[in-house]
Design a protein around this ligand. Structure first.
Ligand code: PLP
Length: 389
């Protein structure tokens, strides 16, 4: 990228590839014609592969939160019970949305870098009645990637519908919605899908569709059964974000040309590279279980007595690279490096260098060259874990 444009190493929005930008810049077309229907059909098919589902995927003009709200409000009804797994800011948001619709929310806290344990989920679902459980697959605020297959399977076995926020990870790691028997999956455009913000997606299982047909929550714009009906005609109920959908089509083509397994492996390698660079500076990651460290964002504990907001500012001012600080209770205490979408090992090595230089400026000496070398070495030598080997 040009040096004058900041390199986005935040966990979204991410850098948008030129191919996608050019697609978005095409002249707009009529959204109720055959040409648009073909494009929407191609996008839906591409998204189904990304989410690992044969179910239709609804494209909404919204940010990720809009689609989370749509899923919650369509699946549940006032008075029903939701077990909300509060893994951090985004886990909390799912429960807050449900509470706003009069849903009875029970919180389960797995905060500050903890992952939700599938056995504990099994016990909670056995001990009490719940109509649904909300899970954030990748808790962007703590850099913890949940074992979604295990959690989804536990919920399905207990006959509790899972509502899964995959906003920051779909396209960066497998979602396997059907195999994991997830009830609903939500994602957004501005993360691993390499688009600008503005689109969000919801896939509903048959059980979730059935619930949506019966839900008594108020809804109008985000009426998912209505959206599913329109989708069958190659349309959306209201005017879609046509040009972003051009971009989506191109981004999905790029992902499928590369091959999803290769895209996922690249994200795993980048995450391993980031962790190696961080470790080489003597810093620790936030996730308590390193096996649950996210493939798309690495959350790092700040050295005692130093404020991560200052680090973020130094990296921005010194290297024109944007990284993120902590949110809410973690503000100042952690920093986060996003490595998703178009991110390359060169982008990451540049970022690791900039972080080391910024820490040194803050009187925490770090060897930038060694840290960048450690990251590159980990990227090159990364061996994916294969169960049973
Ligand atoms: N869920 C997760 C896991 C996220 O990371 C984000 C944004 O970072 C959201 C939800 C909210 O998405 P948006 O900001 O697009 O509404």
């Amino acid at each position: 990228m040009s040096d004058s444009i900041p390199l986005l190493m935040i966990p979204g929005p991410t850098n948008v590839p030129d191919r996608v930008l050019q697609a978005i810049a095409k002249p707009c077309i009529f959204h109720r014609g055959a040409e648009f229907a073909d494009i929407l059909a191609e996008c839906t098919e591409g998204l189904q592969k990304v989410l690992g589902t044969a179910q239709p995927v609804i494209t909404l003009a919204a940010s990720g939160t809009g689609a989370v709200e749509a899923a919650v409000a369509n699946i549940l009804s006032p008075g029903q019970r939701l077990l909300a797994i509060r893994t951090g800011k985004f886990g909390e948001r799912m429960g807050e949305i449900a509470a706003a619709y009069g849903i009875d929310v029970a919180w389960w806290d797995c905060l500050d870098g903890l992952a939700a344990d599938p056995d504990q989920l099994r016990q909670r679902l056995a001990a009490d009645h719940f109509d649904a459980v909300s899970i954030v697959y990748n808790e962007t605020s703590t850099g913890v990637q949940q074992d979604i297959r295990a959690l989804g399977t536990v919920a399905a076995d207990a006959d509790v519908l899972s509502i899964v926020d995959a906003v920051s990870i779909a396209g960066g790691a497998p979602v396997d919605m059907d195999a994991a028997r997830l009830g609903a999956v939500i994602t957004g455009s501005q993360k691993a899908l390499m688009l600008p913000p503005g689109l969000a997606f919801v896939a509903l299982s048959e059980a979730a569709i059935e619930r949506a047909n019966r839900s008594t929550c108020p809804r109008y714009y985000f009426d998912l059964p209505k959206a599913l009906k329109s989708l069958q005609k190659g349309q959306t109920p209201y005017t879609p974000a046509v040009n972003l959908i051009f971009g989506l089509c191109e981004a999905l083509r790029m992902l499928h040309e590369e091959g999803l397994p290769n895209v996922f492996a690249h994200h795993e390698r980048l995450a391993a590279a980031c962790r190696a660079g961080i470790a080489s500076m003597g810093l620790a990651i936030l996730p308590a279980d390193p096996a649950r460290a996210s493939v798309i964002v690495t959350a790092v504990k700040m050295p005692e007595g130093l404020d991560s907001s200052q680090l973020v500012a130094h990296v921005r001012d010194g290297a024109n690279i944007l990284i993120s600080g902590g949110q809410d209770a973690l503000k100042g205490k952690i920093f986060r490096i996003g490595h998703l979408g178009t991110c390359t090992i060169d982008d990451l090595a540049r970022t690791i260098t900039a972080v080391a230089e910024a820490l040194t400026q803050m009187d925490f000496p770090a060897d930038a060259a060694s840290a960048a070398d450690a990251a590159r070495h980990a990227y090159q030598t990364y061996q994916p874990y294969t169960p049973g080997e």
